[in-house]
Design a protein around this ligand. Sequence first.
Ligand code: GDP
Length: 367
Amino acid sequence: MSKKKKHPQKTALFVQEGISQPSQLNPNLSSGVGRFKKDRLSVDDIYEGIIGGDRTLLSRGITLIESSLSKDLEEAQLLIQRCLPHSGSSLRIGITGVPGVGKSTFIETFGLNLIRENHKVAVLAIDPSSNRTKGSILGDKTRMEALSVSKNAYIRPSASKGTLGGVARATREALLLCEAAGFDIILIETVGVGQSETAVAQMVDFFLLLMLAGGGDELQGIKRGIMEMADLLVINKADGDNVNKAAMSASGYKNALHLFPALPNGWVPDVMITSAIKNTGVMEVWDKIKEFVSQTKSNGFFDSNRRNQSLEIMNETIEENLKNKFFNDASVIKLLQEYKNQVLNDISNPYEVANKLLKSYYNDVEN
Ligand code: GDP
């Protein structure tokens, strides 16, 4: 022991001092303060990175737009404005289905096939359950391992905070950033058990519902409304002993679909079967999607759908902005709790206090 203390440099526990190595981190990235503890990049840096297809900076951009901090809001808006002219040219595909139906497996197989055809594929998710306390339906497992290491793929888990509206907004904006980064196929995944699939259907060109053979829709937790939104039903896990069952289910669903009202885009949804694990039927799904795109582009629906989505975005942005302004107004904050208590204790009626709050807000705005 004492020997070691005397000649520390001569023991195997000490490394001979050599030439000091430069840090592997860019020193310019490590001086900032704020939310990005290590590095606060400018909008310009992030924008340039995104346009250059840099996936790390794409992630940084998405983190910025997901932020609810007011100091990030302006930069996020600026980034979106700059990326917008470079967006819009991808094909946006929504994929839903109950947990366990094979969404990740399907997306991985499908995505790898598309990359082989020289596409660049981004995968986004909407999973409003995914906040830190509740745990997530889509994000907890290790997913899409082969796809995630491909340089032509980008996988981003769901924004993890906020209401469904907030998560959906962040995903819609992430989609724009992915397009600006050169991804030409964007897959947006969600679970078919809540409201989130409606939000996804409103931001995609094509909506695909994955199902399992055999189970009735009630059993699969799929609401009829979701089936009505789908442009294609896919019965997955059609392999092994399940092949016949899948074929039977498919013809059952085909009959059921005839009873649904026609889709406004003139498209007749079909039912197909796949094995995501064995990669069978998956490229037939892609052929079907291409058929959809060519049909709806020639009948004008593809573009009119995008324009209606833009209108929806405009309305939502206004609503969200007004709501935020209202609830962050000083006099509203001051009065709100008291008025809430009055309503809860039957002292005041809700209309009366709502009007008082609105009046006080408008007074503030006018002055
Ligand atoms: P998700 O919850 O919808 O994302 O489903 P996963 O992709 O995680 O799949 C759930 C389970 O089903 C996993 O064990 C997969 O290996 C399995 N699975 C997915 N697709 C297929 C398929 O085509 N055939 C079979 N036999 N199993 C599959």
